[in-house]
Design a protein around this ligand. Structure first.
Ligand code: ZN
Length: 236
């Protein structure tokens, strides 16, 4: 195996950056909806500001930690399987370089190169960095750019927290009479924005995505408000 000597920046492809951005928007959307449902539900039962603040903050922390932990586990697992696949590839390259060269040639042929050109390309790629070539062409991964689980967890935590802050602050900052309409209005406006952005980033039709997103948030707040009001009226 040769030592990698590539100098290009590993900022990820445009597609992978868009995926990150879209994951951030969806994480913020989760933070908005779940925290809005929580504080609106508590507001149905009580107008005690410190109860609202406690519930909202607990919801923010619980949600962002759970998102971060889930992301950490899922990315770690993916990374483990990518590293296992790279280890197999490394061993195969060491033990049967001829077969691996033939394999790479065939994979390049499948992508539309003639046998002769594919053979040439496979030889050159193998001389330069065989593992990297096999990782990219055969496994579809870049061995120098595996997703870091801590980074993914941190990004999820921040995205959820950023979203959750909106309904939390909208609920606890205004005077008691304004807090519910201000929270509902700002949450629905934010859901228009996140629905629209995630649709655009995913190249989907935005109007329907916005309507679904706003309807989902409105439903969440309606249901928790009704439940909170029933509990409040029952004096629980
Ligand atoms: Zn291979």
């Amino acid at each position: 195996m040769t030592e990698p000597t590539h100098g290009e920046a590993h900022g990820g492809t445009l597609g992978s950056r868009l995926n990150w951005l879209r994951a951030g928007v969806l994480g913020a959307n989760d933070g908005i909806v779940s925290t809005a449902g929580l504080v609106v539900g508590v507001a149905g039962a009580t107008d005690d500001r410190s109860a609202l603040l406690t519930a909202g903050l607990a919801g923010l922390l619980a949600g962002s930690m759970s998102m971060a932990a889930g992301e950490y586990v899922s990315v770690s697992t993916q990374r483990d399987s990518e590293q296992a696949a790279l280890a197999v590839e490394r061993r195969e390259l060491r033990e049967q370089p001829e077969a691996e060269l033939e394999e790479l040639t065939e994979l390049l042929e499948e992508r539309g190169l003639t046998r002769a050109v594919a053979m040439d390309a496979a030889v050159q790629l193998t001389e330069r960095d065989a593992l990297r070539a096999h990782a990219r062409v055969e496994l579809g991964i870049d061995p120098d750019d595996l997703t870091n689980p801590w980074q993914a967890a941190g990004a999820s935590f921040l995205a959820f927290t950023a979203g959750a802050l909106l309904p939390l602050l909208a609920m606890v900052l205004p005077p008691a009479t304004g807090r519910l309409p201000i929270t509902v209005a700002s949450v629905l406006a934010a859901l228009v924005l996140t629905g629209w952005s995630s649709a655009r980033l995913g190249a989907a039709e935005p109007v329907r995505a916005v309507l679904r997103n706003v309807a989902g948030g409105a439903l969440a707040m309606g249901v928790t408000y009704a439940a909170g009001s029933l509990l409040g009226a029952a004096g629980v």
